[in-house]
Design a protein around this ligand. Structure first.
Ligand code: GDP
Ligand code: GDP
Length: 444
């Protein structure tokens, strides 16, 4: 029923980190870059924004924006914190967008960032924000003194100057595949994610074993120092951000936030994520949060229950209940039980990864899709709502990785009906290991 999936593996998309003091307008600017408003979720203490990495595009080029701003501005030691933030940003990004508030001018905290940025040698695009009108522009030019090159004057709030700013960003970012046109080849990108101590580094060490080829300098790639290439089962695989896995990021305060920043960025850069759970412990809030991020980012997924040596019959019973209750949203993800410590069953990981990637890249022909839609609509029409009955007229798969469908209809579909369509799509076409996105376009 499915066409052969076209290869969509591409080189790593370059990463742009946005740094600057609290309140200079970083998130306003990020929203401007993304051209949309992102949901702001506040549920980690000390973290004001949940999602920190986003896919962006300008003039047909794709890049990842990391908003490093989401930490508690009330924390003591502002200059220290902001310096640490800049160091992390420099470590994970290909280029840095340094935002200062031109209406205030340069502060000590800004100076601390400048020193870190200069030392790093990473390209920096200096942004003078809150230049809402021409009068303010004059003062902004004083920022030439920072020695970071031309200050790009913008008003994130009103959009002034943001196009020129993005042009300047593209100049310094390494070239990546054109957006939409994904280059063929290159190792698949995997992120091993999970909360601390579940066994992520044990798993990677076991997988890499003697084969470990620490590749800190792969020619022509970006953000190398933190990726690692491992030969497994006849193929090369790129493990994203293994530095973050091996070296724990333990800043005095806010290390939780930095860990999250790394996780979120790794997920965004990956094609497929391995969520490692500790099988001997209950599924935790933090596990679910990572799952949510993987789904929202639209990545392929494999769930690995580690520490299986510690799982006895009783724990097994409760685990099955937890899977039914907490992991119901990702029933489609392949699950494997492993013991990273001894290597038991880790040979099951690669086949699971391959299945998930295949599901992620599955393309259904328009003919097959519409035959299927016709069938399910006939068998199970949409319920009547206030005298009207929305109908699906036609559909097409507009994208793979993840599979994305557009349905043209005669009205809005109930959420329940959309879930029904998704469930039936999975029954019919597989889509193992991948989220599916359904976009409904009601006819005017
Ligand atoms: P962050 O803490 O650096 O992420 O800063 P925010 O994006 O949350 O912005 C802090 C405040 O500055 C908010 O009240 C914004 O509305 C305001 N702001 C952001 N950009 C501009 C701008 O270009 N001009 C003016 N006048 N205000 C801005
Ligand atoms: P990470 O923080 O997720 O990278 O976790 P680590 O790989 O550092 O492992 C945390 C702890 O769990 C270490 O003490 C490991 O030896 C232990 N561990 C890892 N895998 C297993 C396993 O399969 N079984 C058991 N019993 N312990 C494990």
């Amino acid at each position: 029923m499915t066409e052969e999936a076209a290869p969509t593996s591409s080189g790593p998309v370059p990463v742009l980190a946005v740094v600057g003091r609290p309140n200079v307008g970083k998130s306003t600017l990020v929203n401007r870059i993304l051209g949309r408003r992102e949901a702001v979720v506040q549920d980690i203490p000390g973290v004001t924004r949940d999602r920190v990495s986003y896919d962006a595009e300008w003039n047909g080029r794709a890049f990842t924006v990391v908003d490093t701003g989401g930490w508690d501005p009330d924390a003591r030691g502002l200059a220290e914190r902001i310096k640490a933030q800049a160091e992390i940003a420099v470590g994970l990004a290909d280029a840095v967008l340094f935002v200062v508030d031109a209406s205030i001018g340069i502060t000590d905290a800004d100076e601390a960032v400048v020193r870190v940025l200069r030392k790093s040698g990473k390209p920096v695009v200096l942004t003078a924000n809150k230049v809402d009108d021409e009068r303010a522009e004059i003062e902004a030019y004083g920022l030439w003194n920072l020695g970071l090159g031309e200050p790009h004057v913008v008003s994130a709030l009103h959009g002034r100057g943001s196009g020129d700013l993005l042009d300047a960003v593209l100049e310094v970012l390494p070239k990546a595949p054109e957006a939409g046109e994904k280059a063929i080849g290159g190792p698949r990108r995997i992120a091993i994610v999970g909360r601390p101590n579940v066994g992520k580094s044990s798993l990677l060490n076991k997988l890499a074993g003697e084969e470990r080829s620490v590749v800190d300098n792969v020619a022509g790639t970006t953000v190398d120092p933190v990726d690692e290439i491992v030969d497994l089962d006849g193929d090369q695989w790129r493990f994203i951000d293994t530095a973050g896995i091996r070296k724990r990021v333990k800043e005095a305060s806010g290390h939780e936030y930095y860990a999250w920043l790394r996780t979120s960025t790794a997920i965004e850069r990956a094609e497929v994520c391995v969520l490692v759970l500790d099988g001997s412990q209950s599924v935790a809030e933090q596990d679910l949060r990572i799952l949510q991020e993987v789904r929202e980012a639209g990545k392929a997924l494999v769930i690995a229950f580690n520490k299986w040596d510690l799982v006895d019959a009783e724990r097994r019973y409760f685990l099955d209940r937890e899977i039914e209750r907490d992991l119901v949203q990702v029933q489609w993800a392949p699950r494997i039980n492993i013991t990273a410590k001894t290597g038991w069953h880790i040979d099951r990981l690669v086949p699971a990864l391959r299945r998930s990637i295949e599901g992620w890249e599955t393309r259904v022909t328009t003919g097959a899709l519409n035959a299927f839609l016709g069938r399910i609509v006939a068998e199970h029409p949409h319920p009547v709502r206030s005298g009207k009955q929305p109908r699906i007229l036609f559909g097409s798969q507009v994208q793979t990785a993840p599979p994305t469908f557009k349905l043209f209809t005669t009205g809005k579909l109930d959420a329940g009906y959309e879930r029904f369509v998704e469930r039936r799509l999975r029954e019919e076409f597989g889509f193992v290991g991948t989220p599916i996105e359904i976009k409904v376009q009601p006819r005017e």
